[in-house]
Design a protein around this ligand. Structure first.
Ligand code: SIN
Length: 286
């Protein structure tokens, strides 16, 4: 059966139908999915029943897997498949089975605190809270955000480099082995330009990573805060975003260097379990 696509009514996102990701996927279909991932930035598949090895096999069609970064507990959540991450609020035997709990995960791109961040992420929903219980995931298109920046902000961002904090995850928890940041000029993490040029298309995108503890090198702290606040306010405006309401069996694949994402908090009495892979990046952000 040939795949079919439906672009979502948002600044990014497309649904792909007619493919079973638990089986080997034809090269032509992988190429089509990869093109959608480049152009629409978030690719949504529904009704996928995948074991961990099947999620790994599908992910590997797009490159080598990038294992999860350090988590607050200091050991992989998925011990049989440490190349996968577990995102969950579920506690078993007094211990969390996954990362990020039930609170908000603030806007971010994944692992931008390393020099070569992953280029893609996949998130597969195994258990989700009922509708209305929260836990939706939002994505924002950083090409559209850059292209619509007011001229003075484009000029202020041009040529600037920011530090991307490695110390906290998107739920605000301190990662094992890191000290809390008290002065953003001492933030530990990779340095990346605020504006990235996509090597395959030449298009420019904002590259913001995450807001807490970010600092624009060479500026006074107040100037850096003002510039970052203005860029973040613009980049996360609703007109650039997509809201995904999860169903069991959904698999989302996103373009990590070209979108931001955040997750709503959800009812802590419900269960949410997601398994996640990411694909190694092949570019220094420039
Ligand atoms: C993440 O930030 O990778 C998790 C998103 C989610 O839980 O929906």
């Amino acid at each position: 059966m040939a795949i079919s696509i439906r672009n979502l009514d948002a600044a990014l996102g497309t649904e792909v139908h007619g493919v079973d990701l638990s089986k080997p996927v034809a090269r032509d279909d992988i190429d089509a999915i990869e093109s959608l991932w480049r152009e629409r930035l978030v690719v949504v598949f529904h009704g996928q029943e995948l074991s961990d090895p099947q999620l790994i096999a599908f992910s590997r069609n797009f490159g080598e897997l990038d294992p999860p970064g350090p988590n607050p507990y200091g050991k992989p959540f998925n011990e049989r498949h440490p190349e996968l991450n577990v995102i969950s609020n579920v506690i078993e035997d007094g211990k969390p089975i996954g990362n990020l709990g039930d609170g908000e995960a603030v806007w971010h791109a994944d692992m931008t605190y390393v020099d070569v961040p992953p280029k893609a992420a996949m998130l597969h929903a195994l258990e989700v809270p009922p509708p209305q219980a929260g836990g939706n995931t939002h994505f924002a298109n950083m090409f559209a955000a850059y292209e619509t920046l007011p001229a003075e902000l484009k000029q202020a961002a041009a040529g600037k480099v920011a530090v991307h904090d490695a110390s906290r995850n998107s739920a605000g928890l301190l990662r094992k082995g890191y000290k809390a940041v008290t002065d953003v000029r001492e933030t530990v993490g990779a340095h990346h330009p605020l504006v990235r040029t996509d090597p395959s298309s030449g298009r420019k995108a904002l590259f913001l990573g995450r807001r807490p503890n970010a600092y624009v090198l060479g500026l006074r702290v107040a100037e850096s805060e003002a510039l970052l606040d203005a860029l973040w306010a613009h980049a996360t405006a609703p007109r650039f975003t997509l809201c995904h309401r999860w169903r069991v069996g959904d698999l989302l694949m996103w373009n990590n260097l070209s979108v931001l994402h955040r997750r709503d908090p959800f009812d802590p009495t419900t269960r949410r379990v997601m398994h996640r892979s990411q694909i190694k990046g092949d570019e220094r952000v420039a």
